[in-house]
Each structure stands twice: as C-alpha cells, then as structure tokens.
Write a protein that binds this ligand. Structure first.
Ligand SMILES: [Zn+2]
Length: 441
C-alpha cells in the first residue's frame, strides 16, 4: 500500500483526525474534508477511537542474538516489539559474543534490517567482554555502519570508577551516552531479592537499595565532573530518584529510565517463590513503586524502558535460587504504562508519547523516530485502543520466551497497528506480512 487513509484516529489522545499516509510520510492530517478525499488511496482504514502515538522507542531490550537464540532472536524479538507498538529498539550488548566490536554491532544491526520490523540500534559494550577491565572499541563502534551512540555493560555494572570516568570522557567525542546498570557488586554478592521485610521473612539474601543508590551518586558526580552524558538504567528505588533529582537540579546531564515492572509489581510477589518474579534490579516495595510513578510523572525519570529479558523455560522453571534474572516486556509495556500511569491520572497520552518515544529517541540519537504526528513527518506511529482489555498469556506472545510476570492478568490497551515509515508492521495482534514473506507470525 503506497497510500492509505486512517479515519478518526486521535493523535496523542486529542481530537479525532484523519491521517493520510502516502509513500511513507504523513501527507495530510485533519478532518475528512481537509485530509483530502479517499480517492486515489489504496485503502481506507477505520481508526475511530484509537489513540495515535509516535512509534515507541525502547532504550533497553535484550534480543539475545548472537549466542542465545534459544531465548530470543533479532527476528522474534522485533516481532514482539512491533506487536507492542515499538518502531525502534536498542539491543543490549550482553550477547555471546559480546557486542564490544564494530563487527558484532554491525551483525546485530544487519539482522535488524533483514527482519525489517523495527529499527534495531545496537548498544555497544563499555568494556571488553563486559569484564570491567579495559574499555572496548567505543570509537570504532560509533563509526561503524551501526552508528552506536549508547554504550552499556548492562547485566553488569561498570563498577571501577576510573573506567567509568574514562568511558564518560571518551563518548563525548561522538555525542554518545553511557548507560549504567547501577549495582555495587560487593554489596550484592549472592543477592536474590530486594533486601527488606520480605527477604527477612523468606530468608533470602538481600539486594539492598543502597547498592544501586551508591553507584548512581558516584556516577552523577563523575558525569558532572567531566561534563558528559550519563543515562541510568532501570531505576528501582525511591532513594535513587532523590539522587537523580538532586543531580538534575545541579545541571548534571543525566537521564534515567524505569521499567514497566518496577511501576507495577512489588517484592511481595516473591513470597510465591515463582522465579518469573526474579529480576535485576529486584522488585522493590510499594513505597518505591509510588516514588517511581511520581518521578516519571514529574520528569525526574525521563523514560520507560522495557528491559525485555527473555529466558528459556529451563532457566526460569526451576528453583528460585538458581533461576535466571529477568522478565519479558515488549508486548506488555504500553498496557502496564496505561494501568500504572494513565488510568491513575498521572500521565496523559501526550506524556506517554514523550516518555516512550520522543525522549528515548533523543537520548539514543535515533534519527526519524519520536517525531511529531504531523504533515511531512515519517509515518512512524502506533494506534492504541485504550479501551481494549486483554488477558496476558505468555504462550500467546511473539517472544520466543514465555517469562512474563503478568501471566493471567487482565490489562488495558491493545495495539491495533504499528506503522514504520508507512509500512504496517503489526495489525490486530498479528505481525504484518512483507512482500518478501518475512515477518509473518
Ligand atoms: Zn540491567
């Protein structure tokens, strides 16, 4: 379809408008009269009542390829992304081999292009092999075809202060950002869950909030000192929010993300000993959840990022103590955000667009994403039914792994369609077929 008309969509949840898409761009926008008549278009699609948002951009996705194709591939992960309303994802570097060279990031970037469902932006490792010993080839990854701008050892913390300082200094040369997984390693040795009342009752080794907060405090000071960009991954505690708020007030160039699961779930769920709730950083307390929601609403936390972390059944369907950490999130992110932030009155849809598309695209320096829904802009958006209620079933999701913490939950928001530069990549819960036959579910 080179031209089609979407009737009655509500850009950012506002007044209904018709969106005319032609040759990959928004050619007209307005009421039926001024959007141009339906003549000459290949299709007219009823979008009445659907909220149109710029295509979602995830700063934190684990696609697992290369190396753990049993958990996820670039193709299966990007199918999940398209179904969740995403048009771009940042693929984390903790693959096997680690994405610490131009060769590996170009491989991931190329696989994303071949799958063709979302723009895959590889994240480059900060240190060789994520070992925290010496810096990886950051410049070569930035200069590669993948054009890496986000660097992270995610899964591990760059705990050495000198290495972290050097990385922050180095990425300035190409406008990069260091995304830190803030976890003081010595304070979290053997940690199994949030350190607090519930861990005391269950007798599980705790992951204290201070282990996150101490690294964030150090890193905002370092970023301020060298005048570089810092991004804090998956902020999970009320104390972290206070430190980031303080740093922003002092003018430090720091941004932060929160995951959907940290906006909705608490460590109380660990009482079930169901490893689906085992994640790093761990689920925290209700008062942390409330502080995170407030911080996302007031802009202290800039974005929602999924930390989509697929694991095969044998790594999750086992005893708590040996189970892998992580949960999937691409196909449920928008629903959880509506449940936690929109239906609670904390954010409107324009606020959601900012935090799930515009700002993450800006942090990752992703061209052509997070753009306004306006004439002349790329037709890269998603259409969401805020009244669509669905029941999450891991087995029915497109991810190759089924470790969703929302199994059986009824959540709002269904993605009616996702559009990437005019091409419909997902529609009514199914990945759209391309001409070359790829991308079918
Ligand atoms: Zn992490």
């Amino acid at each position: 379809m080179s031209a089609y008309l979407l009737r009655g969509a509500r850009p950012l949840g506002g007044e209904p408008a018709d969106i005319l898409v032609r040759d990959g761009v928004i050619a007209a926008l307005g009421t039926a009269a001024d959007a141009g008549d339906a003549e000459g278009v290949d299709a007219v699609i009823d979008a009445a009542g659907l909220v149109a948002l710029p295509g979602l951009v995830d700063l934190h996705t684990h696609l697992r390829e290369p190396g753990r194709e049993d958990a996820e591939t670039v193709e299966s992960g990007t199918r999940a992304a398209a179904l969740g309303g995403f048009t771009a994802v940042h693929a984390m570097a903790n693959t096997d081999p680690v994405a610490d060279t131009a060769g590996v990031v170009e491989q991931v970037w190329r696989l994303g292009r071949e799958a063709g469902l979302v723009d895959v932006r590889p994240v480059g490792a900060v240190t060789v092999g994520l070992r925290g010993e010496r810096l990886a080839e950051l410049g070569a990854m930035a200069d590669s075809a993948a054009g890496v701008r986000v660097f992270s050892d995610d899964g591990k913390c760059v705990s050495d202060a000198v290495l972290m300082r050097r990385a922050l200094e180095y990425v300035k040369a190409f406008d990069g950002v260091v995304a830190q997984h803030a976890q003081e390693p010595r304070l979290t040795e053997g940690a199994q869950m949030h350190e607090g009342e519930v861990s005391g009752v269950l007798g599980l080794p705790g992951w204290p909030a201070v282990a996150e907060e101490a690294i964030i405090a150090r890193d905002v000071l370092l970023a301020g000192h060298v005048g570089s960009r810092l991004h804090v991954c998956h902020v999970s505690t009320a104390g972290s929010v206070e430190i980031i708020r303080w740093a922003k007030a002092r003018g430090v160039d720091v941004t932060a993300e929160v995951t959907p699961h940290h906006l909705l779930l608490t460590d109380d769920l660990v009482r079930s000993y169901d490893p689906v709730f085992k994640v790093n950083p761990p689920l925290r307390t209700q008062s942390d959840v409330e502080a995170l929601r407030e911080a996302l609403a007031d802009g202290t936390i800039d974005v929602v990022a999924t930390d989509h972390a697929p694991h095969p059944v044998e790594d999750k369907d086992c005893e708590w103590g040996v189970a892998a950490m992580g949960m999937t999130g691409l196909e449920t992110a928008l629903s959880v955000v509506q449940e936690a932030m929109v239906d609670t009155g904390l954010l409107d849809w324009a606020g959601v667009a900012l935090r799930l598309s515009v700002t993450p695209a800006a942090i990752g320096r992703v061209a052509g994403q997070g753009r306004p829904i306006a004439v002349g802009e790329p037709a890269t958006f998603c259409l969401v039914d805020p009244d669509g209620i669905w029941t999450v079933r891991g087995a029915g999701l497109a991810s190759r792994s089924t470790n969703t913490p929302y199994e059986g939950m009824r959540l709002p928001a269904t993605v009616a369609a996702t559009v990437l530069r005019g091409r419909i990549t997902a529609r009514d819960g199914r990945v759209a077929r391309h001409e070359d036959g790829r991308g079918t579910r």
